[in-house]
Design a protein around this ligand. Structure first.
Ligand code: N01
Length: 533
């Protein structure tokens, strides 16, 4: 027996929870969230690795739809740690009584569109079936772990973990020889914490990375009181900046100032720390010569912090423009390499050959290990969607439609898949934006759209091939107006997963422009969509 609903939402992270609230409480729909995990939190439910913390500042890493909620919740530190984010998500779920419509421990294994009935049929691993008019994916962009297929891993006698599938009761590193593969945002957060606990940590670096100090600290009573008085302004700034963060990007350009002034500005930005470093000048992400100045500043900082010249050389040997890959921020990452128990192995100079029963073998040596940590990222953006085995009209599979890379309209809809909405899908600003900001916009747009359909007695919405072609071209054009595609090994391009098509996936035109485009689409009677009774 299938359960009949108006809408099925897949995933109970930031997007799924808010989508449930909107459909159930604002539109009065029968909606249910199917969630693979045992609790709310989405990506944060799984990412419990050492040092897991959000890089967005806490006062901007929350929903803004409820003034009451904003007034009630107080973050404790400048950047929220994973357990505190989980407390927040649970607080929201309880406050709005969401859990009664979230079915946990429920893995979706298939979702097929029945054109005759104009309904989606959703199946779970336990064999349950759900039938609904609307299907909304809220599966996150970075939720499908990428464990590289390294020969010999199955022979390893020690333990190994991926950061995105971290054991809920933690990992005890004490007295252990640990090897960590990966130096992205995750790896950079994990290194200093693991280094403090382990007997020895070897970091296997393939691509050196920039990082700026986070300068995390408890939030003061003074800040909390300022925030209380300025909350509306903070929200307004978040909604008016291209990346959804609560700071404005400077209007000055890198070459508007003298060398000495520029150095001083970078020093101040470094001293303030965090993602705001990118905002010190407006042209760092679009002008390579301007970017070189920021890159050079950070490389010099790395060489100043890291005392061993050989480690400093390896860690500062960065080959891509600053922030062309998602720029990490850290809490004593480079400093950790000054500890006697932390080494770095440069895989570009001694490629990783295999995992052996007792460690990792590179082209030059074998390093004995008790634990391997894979901080190797995700099959980003498309991975979580394709894992759902979505089939649209005539049984056409999403994975076939996207064989050469994701194609959709506004990051929201795919032709041939009526009434399916993908929250923060590829082709939307998503990962280039402070996530709660873009999630709220998507959820509200989808809610308004479904509300409009019900009001007008419409039962089907679907975009067209032509509209997808135009949107994909626009997404490419927006990416190529920046330096982002120049990091050829970035997950933005799918380059981190062997065999994945190289297509720049997120929309780089900025959240403000994107919001305007979505509003124009509505103002022009859902231009680019075909609506039917
Ligand atoms: O993953 P990554 P991540 N052999 O893909 C290396 C978000 N995030 O989990 O660069 C050896 O960035 C790979 O090397 P290379 C944030 O958006 C957010 O760190 O491909 N190495 C790279 O060093 C972030 O961007 C927060 O050469 C291999 C690393 O593994 C995104 O998540 C906190 C390899 C992977 O880096 C993903 O970050 C943390 C191999 N076979 C993360 N395969 C927040 O603040 C991969 N690597 C919200």
């Amino acid at each position: 027996m299938a359960t009949e609903l108006d809408a099925v939402i897949i995933g109970a992270g930031f997007s799924g929870m808010y989508q449930l609230l909107c459909l159930r409480d604002r539109l009065g729909l029968q909606a249910r969230v199917l969630e693979q995990g045992g609790g709310v939190g989405g990506t944060w439910y799984w990412n419990r690795y050492p040092g897991a913390r959000c890089d967005s500042e806490s006062h901007s890493y929350n929903y803004t739809f409820s003034k009451e909620l904003l007034a009630e919740w107080q973050w404790s530190e400048r950047y929220p740690e994973q357990p505190e984010i989980m407390r927040y998500m649970n607080y929201v779920a309880d406050k709005f009584d969401l859990k009664r419509d979230i079915q946990f421990d429920t893995k979706v294994t298939g979702a097929h569109y029945d054109a005759r009935a104009n309904r989606w049929e959703v199946e779970t691993a336990a064999g349950e079936r759900f039938i609904a008019r609307f299907l909304i994916t809220a599966v996150g962009c970075l939720s499908t772990a990428n464990v590289p297929k390294i020969p010999g891993l199955e022979s390893f006698k020690g333990e190994w973990y991926h950061t995105g599938q971290w054991p809920h009761d933690g990992v005890d590193f004490s007295g252990k020889r640990v090897g960590q593969i990966g130096t992205g945002s995750t790896g950079i957060q994990a290194v200093p914490v693991i280094a403090e606990q382990a007997a020895h940590l070897t970091v296997f670096q393939r691509t050196a990375n920039y990082s700026v100090p986070a300068h995390n600290a408890p939030l003061t009573a003074e800040f909390q009181s300022w925030l209380k008085d300025n909350r509306d302004e903070v929200t307004a700034v978040m909604r008016s900046t291209p990346n959804g963060h609560p700071f404005r990007i400077s209007e000055r350009k890198v070459f508007d100032v003298s060398d000495a002034e520029r150095e001083q500005i970078f020093e101040e930005a470094w001293g303030y720390g965090g993602l705001q470093f990118r905002g010190a000048f407006q042209d760092v992400l679009v002008n390579k010569s301007a970017n070189d100045k920021a890159a050079d500043f950070i490389k010099r900082k790395i060489r100043t912090i890291v005392q061993d010249p050989e480690k400093a050389r390896i860690l500062s040997d960065i080959d891509h423009p600053y922030a062309a890959k998602r720029p990490p921020i850290d809490t004593f990452y480079f400093e950790a390499f000054n500890r006697p128990n932390v080494d770095v192995v440069y895989l570009r100079e001694e490629p990783l050959e295999r995992v052996t029963p007792s460690g990792i073998k590179t082209a030059k040596r074998e390093i004995p290990l008790d634990i391997i940590v894979f901080a190797t990222g995700f099959d980003a953006m498309t991975g979580p969607l394709l894992a759902l085995d979505i089939k649209g009209r005539d049984g056409v599979a999403l994975k076939d439609v996207w064989a050469a890379g994701p194609r959709n309209y506004l990051g929201l809809q795919v032709a041939g898949f009526p009434n399916l909405f993908t929250i923060t899908g590829p082709g939307s600003p998503s990962v280039l934006c402070n996530m709660p900001v873009c999630i709220e916009q998507h959820v509200e747009w989808i809610t308004d759209c479904i509300g409009m359909m019900r009001e007008k007695g419409l039962s089907r919405i679907e975009t067209t091939e032509a509209e997808m072609d135009k949107w994909v071209a626009h997404v490419n054009e927006a990416a190529h107006a920046t330096l982002l595609p120049q990091a050829s090994h970035s997950w933005y391009l799918g380059a981190n997963v062997p065999g994945k098509p190289r297509v720049f996936m997120p929309y780089a035109g900025g959240m403000v422009r994107y919001r305007e485009i979505c509003a124009e689409v509505v103002a022009q009677d859902y231009k680019g969509f075909v609506l039917a009774d």
